[in-house]
Design a protein around this ligand. Sequence first.
Ligand code: GKR
Ligand code: MG
Length: 416
Amino acid sequence: MSSTRIRELVVTPIAFGDPPLLNSNGVHEPLALRIILQLVLEDGTVGLGESPGGSDRLARLHAAAEVVVGMDVFDTTAVAAAIDAALLPTVPSSHERGWTTSAIEVACLDAQGRLLGRPVSDLLGGRVRDAVPFAAYLFYKWAEHPALDGRAAIGDDWGEALDPAGIVEQARLMQERYGFRSFKLKGGVFPPDEEIAAVRALAEAFPGQPLRLDPNVAWTVETSKYVTRELDGVLEYLEDPTKGIPGMAEVAKDSPMPLATNMCVIAWEHLKPAVEQDAIQVLLTDHHYWGGLRRTRELAAVCEAFGLALSMHSNSHLGISLAAMTHVAAAIPNLDHSCDTHYPWNSADDVIVPGVLELRDGAVRVPTGPGLGVELDHDKLGELHRRYVDSGVRSRDDTGYMQRFQPEYERLLPRW
Ligand code: GKR
Ligand code: MG
């Protein structure tokens, strides 16, 4: 048996701490879910991967683990095809299948890099930058997770942010701690005029520093148009103001600023209509669902061909994902905007050995060690897996959690 064949894929669900961040669906729960992958080769080399969590994704990764055993780790196209074929009968959506193939491709590339003694960015064509810029990801938030069902309140060192002053203070903290030079505000929480006021306050506090706003489709087309007029000259781009490609195209028609998405263009088949309708000008890519790091690199070339600018989407994540995001962003020449990351909100509970990934001056230096360049902290993995088991949390439910405190809360999109 060749030493580059896959012996086993170890799939470990984990739960880690998350602050009470608000969005158009509700509020983040105290625990966020991810799944950590260890792809073990016949020679004992281990490649790491990280996927968003939840029972469905976990079941799919377990199914994929059966399929990949015996395959060659360098044969990533065949590995992806085998997983895709195995999932097809029960998972009709190519986007949904993509989450599984992507996470495993990253683990394959990590293992390949370790075997070759080369960083993953080299396997993607080489890095065009030594550090990848990230934006401070600002959220309206509560001061703490309120006490619930006998559990004590859970505080953090960010404090409350429920108005423009709170958002500016959070941005200052983000800049002080990590040196960010651009800012993204998660909107869709308060009436648009309040969020416009928060963006204007940021513009005043951080003159000349790029700003963006993302209400996650909380607005109608009309409201979206109103916001683009109000924030003309203030935002570098407006992200997912309204739902769907036709809605975004309607807003884009007379928008003075580019529109961006990580919601209406999330699969290859969405690109054609989006380009035809000129619905978006910026695509937020995400290797977790675009098929992995190589497919993300290819996506960048497609964007270049159609004149779409590129940025990067994030969800609550840990260091293996951050390393993967950093390698692929380093290898994309046409990365036009700083990337999103939730890492400051979640890094205290990371599963990797500290020291390699650091957010400094608003950027992460591309790891230069073999593979992704990060090592798993096995004790921490065990701790976070126990937390997953004990918590009973099996899927993300921002709306249900909000309703525990505000029973009248309704998920309404668009809300305004
Ligand atoms: O973490 O609340 C959140 C975000 O709203 C996340 O779920 C989104 O996927 O960050 C994401 C976005 O840019 O839409
Ligand atoms: Mg977004």
